[in-house]
Design a protein around this ligand. Structure first.
Ligand SMILES: CC(C)(COP(=O)(O)OP(=O)(O)OC[C@H]1O[C@@H](n2cnc3c(N)ncnc32)[C@H](O)[C@@H]1OP(=O)(O)O)[C@@H](O)C(=O)NCCC(=O)NCCS
Length: 168
């Protein structure tokens, strides 16, 4: 059974063999991820497996974002700061190689625990994800993410919830 290691993306990582079944997400890792890191558009974290330590088998990206308070469901707003824009952390992309089923939940847990830790030093009230299709939205819903009423492809979790579940 594979043991996984999570690292910041560097030149040592082999990304060209990564295949999550979604061309645009494969392509991002090969062509755009390093540029995004360099230009501070996103932080990219990769998972490698013990049997082949430089080959990327999963990745996710994080960056700062904000969401309009008026775009959030009423129930959530009660516990959020009353500013027009609510600060958040965006998990922009998340994908695992087709040869590593079951890694999705580990990627998401790692991303959420990193968000929980970061928000202790730089405040963020929500974690936001962009789901590329209905299936991705269903995956995130499975972990409690709630769709924005006016933008179903964008989902969020209050940081309070994330910190309760993933702070350790
Ligand atoms: C979405 C993705 C990350 C899921 O990875 P995975 O390894 O299959 O996920 P896991 O096996 O860890 O699944 C965790 C749970 O989510 C469920 N799940 C996985 N994919 C799901 C989907 N598309 N819809 C609904 N539930 C899903 C699993 O059944 C499992 O539920 P359980 O705990 O009740 O058994 C993976 O399929 C992938 O990389 N897809 C291509 C890229 C993508 O769509 N990324 C999404 C963000 S844009």
């Amino acid at each position: 059974m594979s043991e996984y290691v999570c690292e910041v993306l560097t030149k040592k990582h082999n990304r060209k063999d990564f295949d999550c079944g979604v061309e645009v997400l494969n392509d991002y890792l090969v062509r755009f991820a390093s540029q995004d890191v360099k230009r501070k558009a996103a932080a990219v974290f990769v998972f490698t497996a013990s049997e082949e330590s430089s080959r990327v088998v999963g990745y996710y990206t994080l960056c700062a974002t904000s969401v309009e308070l008026s775009g959030l469901p009423e129930e959530a707003v009660k516990r959020l700061p009353r500013y027009p824009q609510v600060p958040g952390i965006l998990i922009g992309r998340l994908a695992r190689d087709v040869g590593h089923p079951g890694l999705g939940r580990l990627l998401l847990a790692d991303a959420l625990s990193r968000c929980a830790r970061s928000a202790k030093e730089i405040a963020a009230a929500v974690v936001v994800v962009d789901a590329k299709d209905k299936s991705a939205a269903d995956f995130y819903s499975r972990f409690g993410f709630i769709s924005l009423p006016k933008m179903r492809s964008r989902l969020f979790l209050p940081m309070e919830t994330v910190q309760k579940l993933y702070s350790s």
